[in-house]
Design a protein around this ligand. Structure first.
Ligand SMILES: NC(=O)c1ccc[n+]([C@@H]2O[C@H](COP(=O)([O-])OP(=O)(O)OC[C@H]3O[C@@H](n4cnc5c(N)ncnc54)[C@H](OP(=O)(O)O)[C@@H]3O)[C@@H](O)[C@H]2O)c1
Length: 232
């Protein structure tokens, strides 16, 4: 898909990856609409991107999430793509994670992106795209069916069950959405990003992150995300 001139909604634009993606798309000539939680960072980014339309939202308000796509289509008629980079980290052994934290991770990492894309699917243009960042789901030692980017290593996965479950839920949902939207040639991208240098794991809603190797370059990750969009 051609990025130049494309109208794209970026949800999670006040985060590191979302901000980099919005800037990269705008630099390539896309017209972007921005959605984010933090009003100060959202206003600053919108200003930097030449007065891009912007809207605040909270991930736990799923109706607000579903309304973002229709809003973006109104402010950028002919909306061709949606990028969702919303996410929250949270850690702890299974027996130590409260149901409130588990629910929060499922809401922010799965139900919110699903609600955004549920609302956007009917309004995004045919031959457009919907994209969300899931992250690789680690393969426990007893499993050999490691998904992309994980290489079957179990190192460092203890304490990540609820985060992993939330991303796996989103990933499975995206796979089915991809089939449902195939007749309209809408590409559905599941970006199984490796650990990145955005500081994401240092901002957990609960618990302490496992010891992780240095994160990969976020700018490089955004370049490959853009390549996925252009290749479809
Ligand atoms: N960095 C990594 O190592 C890595 C690896 C694999 C996958 N990912 C995924 O990549 C995505 C982007 O992460 P990042 O590295 O850019 O981290 P980030 O800077 O912390 O971005 C997370 C984004 O989610 C938003 N968010 C969190 N809770 C929210 C809520 N309740 N309501 C609305 N927005 C909320 C944050 O909003 P605020 O700006 O208001 O905080 C922020 O925009 C996430 O989905 C993450 O799971 C990251």
């Amino acid at each position: 898909m051609e990025i130049s001139g494309a109208r794209v909604l970026v949800v999670g634009a006040t985060g590191v990856l979302g901000g980099l993606a919005a800037r990269a798309l705008a630099e390539l000539g896309a017209r972007v609409a921005l959605a984010g939680r933090n009003p100060v960072r959202l206003t600053a980014l919108a200003r930097d991107l030449g007065g891009a339309p912007a809207r605040c939202f909270e991930a736990s308000d799923l109706d607000q999430c579903s309304a973002l796509g229709p809003w973006a289509e109104r402010v950028l008629p002919g909306l061709e793509g949606v990028v969702v980079t919303v996410g929250a980290a949270g850690f702890g052994a299974v027996e130590d994670v409260s149901n409130a934290v588990a629910g929060h991770l499922l809401t922010v990492n799965a139900l919110c992106p699903m609600a955004v894309l549920r609302g956007a699917a009917p309004v995004v243009a045919d031959k457009g795209f919907l994209l969300a960042v899931t992250g690789g789901v680690p393969a426990p030692r007893s499993r050999t069916d490691a998904p992309d980017g994980i290489a079957g290593s179990a190192d460092g996965i203890a304490g990540t069950a609820d985060y992993t479950a939330s991303k796996a839920a989103l990933s499975g949902w995206l796979g089915v959405l991809s089939e449902e939207l195939a007749p309209r040639s809408v590409a559905v991208h599941d970006i199984r990003s490796p650990h990145l240098d955005t500081g994401f794991t240092e901002r957990p809603v609960a618990g302490e992150p496992p010891v992780l190797p240095p994160g990969a370059d976020a700018l490089e990750a955004v370049r490959s995300l853009v390549e996925r969009i252009t290749a479809a």
